[in-house]
Design a binder for this molecule. Structure first.
Ligand code: SF4
Length: 387
């Protein structure tokens, strides 16, 4: 790999990682970590491996060597998101209320809506992001299974951007008075922790994620690519509405690089009109359409980064435009390959998700889900900005 990288002296510049180093040495804390879908396709680049090298097994092994007691996966939270958000979309389409529905898993997009376009806040899905859903379940469901007091748990997330640090700190992201996610570190910060501990990442034998919050479907993993949330939602929504298997799992018409892509999906009698937006500059036309009541779509995925989370600001840094393009492409290809290699590729067929609803949550959009997995968004608009 020939790449020009920024020096790693800035690796701990965004807080939490130094604090985390100390917390990991504290035997009194029960340390639980989750990793976003895209970390497994980019972390290896920090150790000189080619762009997009897929290393979920080495990442799990490294996290255990860093002293985490439970190694969980944000992909599980992505599967939960599909159960909740898919059900929410079906309910809104049936009632015709608050359409279009926007995704709410990218905190930079949510913050943009709160500050620059509060007129669409009612249109956002009320779902917390997959990271916050896992954090909430770590301090309830998983704590109960492990017999650990929620207050003794340190909940850590490895994420592709620093916006996730802001999201974890939002006042409303708490469960029964406790933070759902106590600390967020980026891909680069995780790489630095691994290097500081002298772990030979490249030669680590593969390990698996822990149960139950480490089991995921292919649909959960594609959240890392722009259009992934939409594709995962359609895989499940199609089957929930028609009660028939979706004819094709690979929805090529959803995939692509353009900043805005649109499609019409036939689901039973319904013609579902969808849009995928990658990069906030492309969302303004849609926001204006919503304000005028002329928006033609039912469901809109918005990711603030131009290529989705593969290009998040906490990912391995590449200075040359050509290298960035190659890296983003390679990371996306790995995500889709990882999806196609999974035995289970639909969120609602993930056995760990079925068990979560059977044993703990009850049903999507039920009482427990609303308490643990949904939130409200508030206007942060200031005078002079679009109302
Ligand atoms: Fe973070 Fe960018 Fe992904 Fe949004 S799209 S969650 S800002 S990495």
């Amino acid at each position: 790999l020939s790449s020009v990288r920024e020096p790693l002296f800035a690796a701990y510049s965004t807080g939490h990682a130094i604090e985390l180093k100390e917390a990991l040495a504290d035997p009194k804390r029960y340390k639980v970590v989750q990793c976003a879908p895209v970390i497994r396709v980019s972390l290896a680049e920090e150790f000189g491996l080619p762009f997009g090298t897929l290393t979920p097994g080495k990442m799990a092994a490294a996290l255990r060597l860093l002293n985490f007691d439970r190694v969980y996966d944000t992909n599980f939270g992505a599967d939960v998101t599909i159960m909740e958000e898919g059900s929410e979309l079906i309910s809104r389409v049936m009632s015709g209320e608050r359409l279009p529905m926007f995704t709410s898993c990218c905190p930079a997009w949510v913050k943009h809506a709160e500050t620059a376009a509060p007129h669409v806040l009612d249109h956002l899905s009320s779902c917390k992001s997959p990271m916050q859903m896992v954090g909430s379940l770590v301090k309830t469901y998983s704590a109960e299974l492990d017999g650990i007091a929620p207050a003794d748990i340190l909940s850590v997330a490895v994420m592709p951007c620093t916006c996730k640090k802001f999201e974890a700190g939002r006042e409303e992201m708490n469960v029964d008075g406790l933070r759902e996610v106590d600390m967020v570190i980026t891909t680069r910060e995780l790489a630095q922790l691994i290097k500081d501990k002298g772990i030979d990442f490249i030669n680590l034998p593969d390990e698996t994620f822990d149960s139950p919050l480490g089991k995921y479907s292919g649909a959960g993993t594609i959240f890392g690519a722009t259009g992934g949330v939409m594709e995962a939602a359609i895989r499940t929504g199609y089957e929930l509405v028609t009660h028939e298997p979706i004819p094709n799992l690979q929805l090529d018409f959803i995939r692509g690089d353009e900043g805005i892509r649109t499609a019409t999906v036939q689901i039973g009698d319904l013609e579902l009109k969808v849009a995928m937006v990658a990069g906030l500059k492309y969302v303004s036309t849609i926001l204006e359409q919503v304000a005028k009541g002329t928006c033609p779509y039912h469901f809109i995925e918005v990711m603030a980064c131009p290529e989705g989370c593969v290009s998040g600001g906490g990912q391995p840094k590449l200075l040359l435009e050509t290298q960035r393009k190659s890296a983003y492409q390679a990371r996306k290809s790995s995500i889709y390959r990882h999806d196609s290699n999974q035995k289970v590729r639909k969120s609602h067929e993930n056995p760990a998700i079925i068990k979560l609803y059977k044993d703990f949550l009850g049903e999507p959009l039920g009482h427990a889900s609303h308490h643990l997995l949904h939130t409200k968004f508030f206007s942060r608009s200031v005078k002079g900005e679009m109302k």
